[in-house]
Design a protein around this ligand. Structure first.
Ligand SMILES: [Zn+2]
Length: 307
């Protein structure tokens, strides 16, 4: 049987929120089979659980925010990406503020935390959402057009194209494809950092955003170049970060997808719209398990290598 996964033990991290600049403590804890991933706001007078789902996403400006009633957690996508990359099905995420810490701006710190706690196989079959026919969402026309699509595929692969008119981005790869069967999420995707432009940062700060952002947790560019003294981690780090984000956004559906995702200039909003479009069409997907793990698509049965 291809089994569900959780952590062997709990692990903690302390950091600041990218937008709030607030100090936050994060505790990642094992959870029973079929719990899913549950964020728990432990700082509220009465702790509130927010179970991830496409519908739990209530704001997608700058980051993916999930909520339950008035309780929110912002910027869940990098932690969710690490969970998708390592195949974590069940997890409690206790959090002491409204935003997940940004740490180094990529998913690699979360990968490190999850792998340090150890990954445990559970006595329940892993449930996948297998896409049976293509669904697509589009926004804008001409130069502002963007789209995202899920198509049937025996495995999970993502291809993303960005189109930034900026010298530092133009000179790097603008399109990348990543297939889970490669087993190289931790090496090739997880380390890609979020990025921003100084002129936007100034505007965001005046609106009380990006308060925790800086050169130690983002690639920052002025009108011409990357300002980080040690440069880029990958020569196509920008578009790889978009793949990292998409993996996190899509994993908010609550189960791993068996599908090919392709996107042009997509973002958190369109990624969530794509999940909702899929769920709207009952004939477009089915939930499957693999009694014989050898019959599962490549890349899902093996645990990612520890660092
Ligand atoms: Zn991101």
């Amino acid at each position: 049987m291809l089994a569900q996964r959780t952590l062997k033990s709990l692990t903690k991290a302390v950091g600041v929120g990218l937008h709030s600049g607030q100090r936050v403590e994060l505790t990642l804890r094992p959870a029973a089979p079929d719990t899913g991933i549950v964020f728990r706001r432990v700082d509220l007078p009465q702790p509130v659980d927010i179970v991830i789902s496409a519908q739990a996403v209530t704001d997608t400006r700058l980051a993916s925010t999930i909520s339950s009633g008035s309780a929110k957690v912002h910027t869940v996508e990098h932690l969710m990406s690490a969970c998708a990359g390592l195949g974590i099905d069940n997890l409690y995420v206790d959090i002491t503020a409204e935003e997940v810490p940004i740490l180094d701006g990529s998913a690699s710190s979360f990968v490190f935390l999850l792998q340090s706690a150890g990954i445990a196989l559970q006595a329940a079959p892993k449930r996948f959402i297998r896409v049976l026919r293509s669904v697509e969402v589009r926004e804008g026309e001409g130069a502002t057009a963007k789209w995202a699509r899920l198509s049937p595929y025996n495995g999970y692969k993502l291809s993303f194209e960005i189109d930034f008119d900026h010298p530092a981005v133009d000179s790097t790869g603008q399109r990348v494809e990543f297939d889970m069967s490669s087993g190289s999420y931790t090496r090739d995707i997880a380390r890609a950092r979020t990025f921003g432009f100084t002129k936007d940062v100034e505007m965001m700060r005046s609106n009380g955003l990006a308060l925790g952002g800086g050169l130690d947790n983002a690639i920052v560019m002025d009108d011409y170049k990357v300002l980080n003294s040690d440069g880029l981690r990958y020569n196509d780090e920008f578009v790889k970060h978009k793949i990292l984000d998409a993996m996190g956004d899509l994993y908010l559906i609550g189960k791993p997808l068996l599908a090919a995702y392709s996107a042009f200039r997509s973002g958190h909003a369109l990624n969530n719209k794509l999940l909702r479009e899929l769920l709207l069409h009952e004939d477009a997907y089915e939930v499957v398990t693999f009694e014989d793990e050898k019959r599962a698509p490549q890349g899902f049965a093996t645990l990612a290598r520890a660092w």
